[in-house]
Every structure is written in structure tokens, then in C-alpha cells.
Design a protein around this ligand. Sequence first.
Ligand code: ADP
Length: 460
Amino acid sequence: MNRDSFQNKRVLVMGLGRFGGGLDSALFAAKAGAEICVTDLANETELADSLGKLKEYDISFCLEEHREDDFRQTDILIVNPAVPLDNKYVEIARKAGCLVTSQMELFFQLCPARIIGITGANGKSTTTSLTAHLLKSGCGQEGVGYDNIFLGGNIGHQPLLDIVDEMKNNDVAVLEISNFQLEQLAQIQVAPDIALITNLTANHLDRHGTFEAYCRVKEGIFQYQNMSTEIPVVSIFNAEDPITRDWYQKHLNDSGRQCLTFNADDVPDEYAEVFRLPGRVNRSNLAAALAIVSCFNVDPKRVKEAIQSFEGLPNRCQLIAETNDVRWYDDSKATTPVSTMAALNGLETKRGQTPFIVLIAGGYDKQISFAELGTCITNRAKAVVLIGQTAPKIAEAIQSTSSDCTIKYADSMEQAVQMSYELAASGDVVLMSPACASYDMFKNYAERAAAFVVAVNDLE
Ligand code: ADP
């Protein structure tokens, strides 16, 4: 499959979406001279941003529905990763003899550069962008092993197919790969040249059924690496995670594969001292990125400078203000109890062992248990301000631990910030880490973060 295979072909893009993947596929096919139709169950208003970027191309649209005939009458179907593999319309296309593919599959087939792929339950985006940032610091250095670094995949609106022509043999593409994208890659049994898993905890069980099935998909990132290439593929596992530690043992003696592990404790002190992201989980992300960097010859001085200049990604334990010796953190991306616990456990205290955190939490109810979070709040927070649908459930989880943590309720983010301001003393941290999705009060986690930042900036 190459760009020419699209010339004058009928191409159907299923799932335009709002995150850039469908848009990238449609733009690629349009520029390759295909006759394109885009279909999505969402409406014109919901897709406005993506639609605006396709205006100048001759594309037909079928929104708010899928039509069976469109799937029967196409030559190539490009499927969004959000669509399950056994979707009825995809089946129709397959039966009609159409070539079914995806943005990721096409990228793997077209990309001449070496591919690094990062997957895992938590920390994917942070580890991927940190890896790209560290490797970029080596660009131009003699003997480093590559020319340019590209960042993309399941991470903030970065096009892949649209820029694949700019990539050369001696470049490196650093990709975040979601589980859904891994499922798609498994269809053609391909995987990155350098593959890393950050960690494994239950996630997306609504789609994968069981934790075992979810893990099987994740293991595909190692299973389908091409071990027959001249340069050995590299497989990198988290030594602190029991499942991935077993995978390391299992693959250790494979020929054509180099196996590495990482551990948060491996990070040399001189790097840990200059790293600005808080907590052990972020040190684990740094250890992961450094394991990848060790496959190249980047000058350690450049690595250290790059570690120091890495500011982290927005909305992930991001320090947004410091006033009256109180630090305010935006962790709006923490949409599960596990990520909120990572933030609570990770933030360093200026006040010894005393619980020093004022936590703002709560939101849309995904029916996940808050029992463990309740214990963690009791251990780590002096007060919690609860918002949204889950407020009573989180309060109950805290109270069942006979905690003396102060519990307050707020109707809006503005009120939650005001209450937190009153509760926080000098040296404390206010952490907005909701442990829940945002849909009950906001459009998405970014809008929730924006409301938090505005309210903090408005404090007298
Ligand atoms: P992902 O891309 O896997 O969703 P992110 O890097 O975007 O991960 O981080 C999402 C949330 O998870 C943030 O709240 C962050 O503080 C927390 N987090 C980051 N790294 C880890 C990790 N290694 N383990 C657990 N939680 C993490």
C-alpha cells in the first residue's frame, strides 16, 4: 500500500471525530487523489472544527448516520480507532471485498523512519512527549543515530499521514499508541521498532471485556515486532509492574530482540534533581523515557538540559499558580481514581508527613469504586471540596475510613476554588484532580481546567 494506491479510488472515512485522526486520514486520501466520503454519527455542530479544515476539498459527507450502501460501494475504508473491530458496517465493507484499514496501519506501511511506540494504562502522553523532547535535544549532534524527531499518534491533534512524506530513513517517529490503535495494528501484525509499556491497570473494560483480554491487546506491541530485521527490535518493560515484568522474562531470550526494563529508582540523582514534574509516577515516566534514549547516543549533558526544560503537559499535575506560599495544581486530566491517587501520593510535601493537600474532586459518575481513593484522601488530604454527580459517593468513601479530613460541597468550580482558598494554609497545595470525567458540569476536561485557572486567577 502506498500513496498511489489511493489515486481515483473510492475511499470512505468512518469516524471523522474531534481529535484529528479522522481528519488526518481524510486529508491524506484527498491529497492522494481519492474520491472521498466521510461518515460520522455526530452532527455538523459537534464536528465543526474538523469539517472546517476539509472545506477546500471535494468531499461528500454522511453525518448523523451510516448508510450501508456507502460501505458496500467503497474501495478502501479507513476506520477510526473508536470503532470496534466487529462493527456491523465494517463487516459489510469486508464482505463486499473492500480494503479495510486505519490511520495507524497506513502510517506503519508508509513511514520510512524508525518507529518508537509507547503504550500503557497511565502516563502514555507524558512519557511520549518527554521521550520526543529528550531525543530532540540530540538533533544535530554528531553520531547520535538520527536526523529528525517527529511526535504523533494518540496525542493532541498531531497529524501523521499528512507529514509522512517529510520523514526519511534516518528520522525517528515517536508515537503514543492507544489500545484501540494496537488492535488495529494487530490486524496486519505490525508493531514499532522500539516498543515500551508504561504500566498496566484495568481500563476500557467496557470494550475489551476482561482485564486478560485488555492485556492481550497490549502485549501485541511486543508480539508483532519484526524480529527479522538487521537491527534488533527493542522491547522495554516496567520492572515495577508484575505483569510486564513477566513479559520481560518471557521475551528475554528471543533472538532479534533486545529487552530492557525501567524502574523509577533507576533515574540518576543528577537527572532527578532537575526534573520538574512531581511524584514517583512521573519519575517512572522519566525512567521509561531514559530507557528509550539509551538506545541512541545522545550526549548526557544535552539530556540533562532537556530534562530540566521539560514543563510537562497541560492539565496533568500542572503547577498553575503560587500565591501566599500555596501552590495550585491543575490535574483535570485525572479522570479515574487511579490517576488522582497518583497525584495525591506524588506531590511532595513542604510540611513533613502532615496531610497538606486540599483536594477538589468529583464529576461525572462512571460507576467506578471510590473505596481506595477514600483511603488515599484520608492519608494525604487535610480537606476535600467535592463537586458534581459523584460528590456524595466520594464523601461516603472518605467517611467510611473514619477520617478527620474536612469535607465541603461546592456547586461550581468558582465556589470550589474560593472554599479551597479559605481552607489552605501557608505551605499547602490545592490540587484539582477530580478522579472523574467532566461531562456532568463541563464539555470536557480542558474546559474544566480552564474554569479552574480562571477562578484561581480571580482570587483576591
Ligand atoms: P495517559 O496518556 O496514559 O492518559 P497522561 O500522561 O496523559 O497519561 O496522564 C494522565 C493522568 O495520569 C494525569 O493525571 C497524571 O498525573 C497521571 N499519571 C501520569 N503518569 C502516570 C503513571 N506513570 N502512573 C499513574 N498515573 C500517571
